[in-house]
Write a protein that binds this ligand. Structure first.
Ligand SMILES: NC(=O)c1ccc[n+]([C@@H]2O[C@H](COP(=O)([O-])OP(=O)(O)OC[C@H]3O[C@@H](n4cnc5c(N)ncnc54)[C@H](O)[C@@H]3O)[C@@H](O)[C@H]2O)c1
Length: 285
């Protein structure tokens, strides 16, 4: 079985949303293994801070980009190719949350989630894959899905919809790469709970049941009790990617449990039960 060092000990990685959280944890871990990491983030100051502080023997290069903008992502891909060379590892990680009842969700909040979490990954695939398909040697694409890709949950419908979509995108992309026979490994990453800014930066609602949206935000903060650090997430994700897993999970107990519940719910045609908190399905409803 290949080691992390063998697979990811050299070459170039591009990570979107690497200015914080899981993306930052991945950037730190990959630089420690020896990769040059393009720290791409909408927050230019965060990208600079992380890129300037990555551990040797690797190094970081900051790049400000909004993954919602397909032309900007294409510009990133062109710049990386001309200045740095072929990409060995692309991690489409940028993503954000939105809380509140579906009927209270602002149109702009819904669109922001879809544009970042789904369109952002599509733009990365369009911008980087044509070169990665023909470059010599194996390359890797990690698509950041979520435990939310395999559960349905109230009060964050836009996020759940986006993460179901992005898991489907990764599964389709994996098959398309198989069809053309290119040497590109595509994997879907399903984190369970990782300490990050995602709940504090999440959109809320302006009209309707504002309290319910904020109560849900507070409930989600309680998930932190079971959260791992971005550093641990980075190491776990890279380890499983090196082993060639398609479904990469940060916390097997939590995420595989959710996958099994989902599979059983569908196979047994059970109506969705209210999923209250801490990712524990309430089957008695
Ligand atoms: N933290 C968790 O428990 C958890 C669980 C499952 C999945 N995820 C997924 O992991 C990914 C990273 O989340 P995180 O928890 O590290 O969040 P985070 O909020 O800590 O970091 C997200 C980063 O993405 C950047 N970003 C936001 N919009 C962007 C845009 N339009 N273009 C470029 N960059 C943008 C932010 O500036 C930030 O640096 C997301 O896709 C998220 O859905 C996280």
């Amino acid at each position: 079985m290949a080691t992390q060092q063998e697979v990811f000990g050299h070459g170039l990685a591009v990570i979107t949303g690497a200015g914080a959280g899981i993306g930052e944890g991945l950037a730190r871990h990959l630089a420690g293994l020896g990769m040059t990491v393009v720290v791409a983030d909408i927050d230019e100051a965060a990208a600079r801070r992380v890129a300037g502080d990555l551990p040797a023997p690797g190094r970081g290069i900051p790049y400000a980009v909004d993954v919602r903008d397909g032309d900007a992502v294409a510009g990133l891909a062109r710049w990386v190719r001309s200045e740095l060379g072929p990409v060995r590892l692309l991690i489409a990680n940028a993503g954000l949350q939105q809380f509140g009842h579906l009927w209270d969700t602002p149109v702009a909040g819904w669109q922001r989630v879809m544009e970042v979490n789904v369109n952002g990954v599509f733009h990365c695939a369009r911008a980087f894959l044509p070169d990665m398909l023909v470059d010599p040697g194996r390359s890797h694409v990690l698509v950041m899905a979520s435990i939310g890709s395999v559960v349905s949950m109230p009060m964050q419908s836009s996020y759940i919809v986006s993460k179901h979509a992005v898991l489907a995108l990764a599964e389709c992309l994996h098959q398309e790469i198989g069809l053309v026979g290119a040497d590109v490994n595509v994997a879907a990453v399903l984190p369970g709970a990782v300490l990050s800014d995602i709940f504090s930066s999440a959109g809320g609602v302006e009209h309707g049941d504002v309290d319910a949206a904020e109560r849900h935000r507070r409930d989600m903060f309680s998930v932190r009790e079971r959260a791992i650090s971005p550093a641990e997430a980075g190491e776990t994700i890279v380890e499983q990617a090196a082993q060639g897993e398609f479904y990469i999970v940060t916390q097997p107990d939590m995420v595989l449990g959710a996958m099994r519940s989902r599979a059983e719910q569908l196979a047994e045609r059970r109506s969705p039960a209210v999923f209250r908190s801490r990712f524990v399905p309430q089957n008695d409803e």
